[in-house]
Structures are given as C-alpha cells and as structure tokens.
Design a protein around this ligand. Sequence first.
Ligand code: BGP
Length: 494
Amino acid sequence: MGFNQKFLWGGATAANQYEGAYLEDGKGLSTADVMTNGSYGKPRKVTWKNLKTGATGAKDFLFGSGQRVVPEGTVPAVIDQKYYYPSHEASDFYHHYQEDIKLFAEIGFKTFRMSINWSRIFPTGEEKKPNQKGLEFYDKVFNELKKYNIEPLVTLSHYETPLHLAIKYNGWESRKLIELFMRYAKLVINRYHDRVKYWLTFNEINCMDVNPFLAGGLIDGSKEKRAQAAHNQFVASAMTVKMAHEIDPELKVGEMIAYSPVYALTSDPSDQLAAMKMMQDTLFYADVQTGGFYSDYKLQEYKREHIKLNDTPKDYELINNFRADFLSFSCYTSNTVTTHNGETDFSANLQAGVKNPYLETNDWGWALDPNSLRIALNTLYDRYHKPLWIVENGLGAIDKINENGKIEDDYRIKYLKMNLKSMLDAVEKDGVDLMGYTMWGCIDLVSAGTGEMDKRYGLIYVDKHNDGKGTYKRMLKKSAYWYKNVIETNGQSL
Ligand code: BGP
C-alpha cells in the first residue's frame, strides 16, 4: 500500500524566480525581468519607457485586471536602478547549480522540476540561431542531475516569454508565437531528450485569466485577447506532444494548471452555483488539453460575449489527437466564494474569494486546508482518468534564523505533513494514479505573486532578502531533514 516504488519525490523551481544572471552569457529580457519587487504589502510594478519621448515610469501590477500592464504608447522596459528587479539575481542558481543539486541529492530527491528560460536560448525569440552559451548551461545542469540520478521535470514556459515577443506581437495573442515557440521547443527537446524524459508545456496555463502578462506575455490582456492567447497555447501544447513523441516515443509531456478546490460559503444554491462556475473556469483548461475538447460552457460564454477566435479546423484536430500524457497541477490552498456580500475580500494563489471560517491562513491570507489535495486529486482523476502529478505545493512563510544559527521551520513541516496525508489518502483510499510530488520552492526563491525573497518556501535557505542584499549562502532548514526521512520511507513516516 501507499506510494509505489517509482513515486517521484522532489522539489520545484522556475528559471525566472531562481536562476538570476538575467543578462549573462547572451540571455535576453523576459517578461519577468521588468517586474519590480513588491514587498511589504505593496504591489509589484511593471516599469515602462516611452520610446518617443524617453519618459519612464512604473505601473502597479494588479492581478485579475484585463487592463494594459503599461500605459498606452509605452513599452515594458528595465529602467534606472531606482527599482529593484528580483529576477535579475534571484537565488543565483546560474552560479550555484552544482552546490544546489548536491543538496537536492542529499535530501534524496528523485526528481527536480525546473524551467528552461526561453530568452536564454533565443534572447528575443526571433534569432536565426540559438544562443550556444544558454544551451550549454542547461547541458551542465542536466549532466549534474544525472550524476545523482535525479530525474528532471522541465517546464518549457514558466512565466518567461521573451520580452521582445510581448512588445512586438502582444505575446501569445499572435499565432506567430506558436511558430516561434515550436522552434524553441523542438530545439531543446531534441538536444536534451536523452537526459530529460518528463516535460511540461505551459505553467499554470489557466492563469491566463488572472495574470495575462506573466502567463501569456500579453501587454493588453482584454478578454478576447486572453482567449486567443490561451487558444494559441493549446495548439502549441498539442503540437509539442506530437513532436516530442516523434523525437522519442518514451517522452512524457504533461499539461499544467493551477488548481485550488472552490467551496461555496453556504448551502445557498446560488453560492453552490458560483463555486461550480469558478471551478469550471479552471477545468476548461484541462478539458482542452487532457480531454481534447473545448467545454460547452466555455463555447457558450464566448458566443454570448461575442468572442471570436482566430482558429482553423486543424487546430481542433491537433487538440483532439495530441492530448497531454499526464495532468500536473499546483495546489496550495482552497478558495471559498459567496454571492451574499457581492464583494470578494480575500485572495489566494492568484484567485479571489472570501475567508473560510473553518480554516486558518498563512501570513499572505492563503487558507491552510487539510483536504485540498485529496479533493483536487479526486476531482481531476474522476474527470479525466489520466495520471496526475502534483508539481507545486508548499508554504510561503517568513523564516528566522534562531540563536543556534538554525531555521526550525516546524510550521512548514506541519503544513507539508497535513498535505502529504491528504495526498496519501487520495492514493490509498481513493485509488488515484499519482506519479509524483514536487514541493514548490524547494530552495528559497523569488515569489511570483509578490516579488518578495522573504516569502520563503524552501527546505533550503538562501541568504538573500527583499532589498536584494545577502551572501547567497545556502543552509538546510529543519524541514529538509524531515522531508529526507519522508522520501527514504517512501511516505510511510509522515
Ligand atoms: C504558482 C507559480 C509559481 C510560484 C507559486 C507560489 O502560482 O507557478 O511560480 O511562485 O505559485 O506563489 P507565490 O510565489 O506568489 O507565493
């Protein structure tokens, strides 16, 4: 009973939040590189430049808004150093990869999720030839992982569209991006498939709705443009599945969504309906990529709102014929909604909702839910009957070094334990087919939502702070030793 012997335990990261070296060895700017630190309760900003007048400025980065991320007539740009851009240095994996991978091996990781930074390979996205130094960096990383028998899980696009493509094409609104992405995906899958078996196409593809700049490189994220960008990513995702299987039939390509179960605050049917509708907004993305079809509720919504897609019959053939091999998702929390007060007053992992009276929250207001993983796993498995993989789950917290020079993060252990129990129940009691678990931010890195470095998820501490100061020194936290034991016992000692 319990997890099978091949269960992939490990940790997850993303290039823009972890690598740093943002312009080193020929890398170009990505969308993440124009976002400032938004710490201490202030929102992140996207900095901009007016190319005609030379004027510069910064606009608050607001989730869930379909507005332009920068004012009309300007482009997102890195401006003077008045602003701090956390992705520029992040946790400096670029120069610490050997040390970090050694630590992952010490903890016993069987797998490590990371992303390739598209703009390290094609700095603007449109070069004729790739950047050799960028390719060589990932060669070194994959070789190092192989040394320790750690299986990489590689996301092709984790909030890292080359900035040039965002400016020139409004990112994924344009079908041109399908062609450019496929060129990049083909190159890296061809080069690394001997060392990388597991791939993911677009991180949290459903965040297109709440975070179109990061998820789709959309400077203008109005609803029709978001729908088109999602469609173009669906097509690119299906084409990647097809291409990867042609390169090597052993490869497995997964899709990736952000999934928090949504609860109704009351038994009032209108609350139940609101919860169901909110859940459908997420499930639509999995319906297309795993189910192979556009959900009827979404087609009706598009019709009602006069949203027309620039599509072709071939797109739907691809979507139907080349579905993801497995369904992966992030799940940190759950969300609660009501129609009663009309207002949402609480937001968690990119979604808005109300406070659930039965659940405690973390310092950022995310509900700590002992059943979210079991519910998520059951819902997704019932609906699609595809292998699942939890590729993100974890606790963002402020960690303090104690008088003994250690981080005793019992709160993180408690959170992980609670979630792993819920995951084990789904496998043992409900029979869900689960391939692996990679906890998010296994080593401290920049927060995507807030840009903070001090919102930490790691088992490994990195001495780097919100103001950009720090030595980058690494240190195992108490949770690392706990997780090591979980992996050693294959989840039996929770
Ligand atoms: C997911 C993203 C990650 C990660 C995580 C934690 O939405 O895929 O990139 O950052 O959430 O969120 P945050 O960093 O905002 O705490």
